[in-house]
Ligand binder design. Structure first.
Ligand code: ADP
Ligand code: MG
Length: 383
């Protein structure tokens, strides 16, 4: 049913309405195409979960399945531990905000926001109060009498969010809500959505293909690829401890360097020998926190190092000096990205633009071995 808004949005009345969402082994086929291949997610009260993945990986399908707009082939959706598989979308107490705002063009902003409540025969006073609260919150009070065609993209997105908010749903689903906006507005609206979440504390599942959006908004990020969740973790862990080559490569700009080589026990240490170095280079990695004790005699491995973790100075005792040849310099304003050659492998470094870096020069740089990731080349998984 419809709940009345609390006087104060940040009051306990709102937070008591928070909801959990469990997704248990969801499979979905379109004809012969498997689009969701056993999705499991456990979303807590007040969590802001971002589903991040390349176009076509199944994000919208999963969101629509949660909303009840699509039916899964198998698996369960539980809201507050109640199975909602057979529940109509309108009974799930979920609000969905799309990329295309889907506003009714002939209706005013006010009507667009309140239409759903009127359909549900909500008492007039409650509607007026809800409209008042939402339009203050989203700062659309001065737009209430306009038609959607008289609004900018950002204003339309606010109205679409208002229409979702006014229902005071248990869970918000957002499907790439900002991708129609220009870059500057996108960043502003991103901040607005984050503020809104801080204020209301509602459980949110938010779909995007934009990693910056995912990092800045999510309390957790689920990285999706080809209908599978590759990793679900905090933004910090996703960035610093990617579980797979896919995640390492997908996150970060430029993405993590993946240097191919051999991992070996050596004396009392474990070393990494980059391909092309004829075993002359032995990078000590014994301090790395292996997921399982390293028992192999030799393993073909990728050593992952982010471009910003390559330094000119030896910044700590974990630094290991390597010889690189600079080949290309890209200036981006406050930073510069340098492409190096390392025994025939490409390695990118990111530096403050105040450094003077010569091109086509042999340079000595440092990789901070406390910041590396190691991946088994065969399984593509973190070791
Ligand atoms: P995303 O939102 O991550 O871009 P989607 O969930 O929209 O991906 O789509 C995942 C895959 O399912 C795509 O290959 C897409 O072509 C396919 N797909 C989506 N909806 C349908 C549909 N109604 N019928 C057939 N195939 C679909
Ligand atoms: Mg989509």
């Amino acid at each position: 049913g419809i709940r009345v808004f609390a006087e104060d949005w940040s009051s306990d009345v709102c937070s008591s309405d928070l909801a959990t969402l469990k997704i248990n082994d969801i499979n979905k086929n379109f004809g012969k195409t498997e689009v969701l291949k056993g999705i499991n997610l456990d979303i807590k009260h007040g969590e802001f979960l971002v589903l991040l993945g390349p176009s076509g990986c199944g994000k919208s399908t999963l969101l629509n399945t949660i909303a009840g707009l699509e039916t899964s082939n198998s698996g369960d959706i539980l809201i507050d531990n109640h199975n909602v598989n057979n529940m109509e979308p309108s009974d799930r107490d979920i609000a969905l905000v799309f990329q295309s705002y889907a506003l009714y063009p002939a209706m005013t902003v006010k009507k667009n926001v309140t239409f759903g409540l009127e359909q549900r025969k909500t008492p007039k006073e409650k509607i007026a109060k809800a409209l008042d609260d939402v339009s203050n919150l989203l700062q659309i009070t001065q737009l209430l009498d306009r038609k959607p065609s008289q609004l900018s993209g950002g204003q339309r997105q606010r109205v679409a969010m208002g229409r979702a908010l006014v229902r005071d749903p248990k869970i918000f689903l957002f499907d790439e809500p900002l991708s129609n906006l220009d870059a500057k507005l996108r960043v502003e609206m991103r901040r607005e959505i984050k503020k809104l979440h801080q204020k209301l504390g509602t459980t949110i599942v938010y779909v995007t293909h934009d990693q910056t959006e995912a990092m800045s908004l999510g309390t957790n990020i689920a990285i999706m690829d080809h209908g599978l969740i590759q990793q679900c973790d905090t933004p910090k862990n996703i960035y610093n401890k990617p579980e797979s080559v896919f995640v390492a490569d997908f996150i970060g700009s430029p993405s993590m360097n993946l240097i191919e080589g051999k991992l070996k026990k050596y004396d009392n240490d474990i070393i990494f020998m980059p391909n092309g170095s004829n075993d002359r280079i032995k990078i000590p990695v014994g301090n790395y926190s292996f997921k399982n004790k390293f028992e192999n005699t030799e393993l073909t491995t990728y050593l992952g190092i982010r471009p910003e973790h390559i330094y000119f100075d030896k910044i700590n005792s974990d630094c290991f000096e390597i010889d690189l040849k600079s080949e290309l310099l890209e200036y981006t304003g406050h930073e510069q990205i340098v492409t190096f050659d390392y025994f025939g492998q490409q390695v990118l470094g990111k530096f403050a633009s105040t450094f003077d870096i010569e091109i086509n020069k042999e340079l000595k740089l440092n990789i901070d071995t406390s910041q590396i990731s190691l991946f088994d080349k065969d399984s593509k998984k973190r070791i």
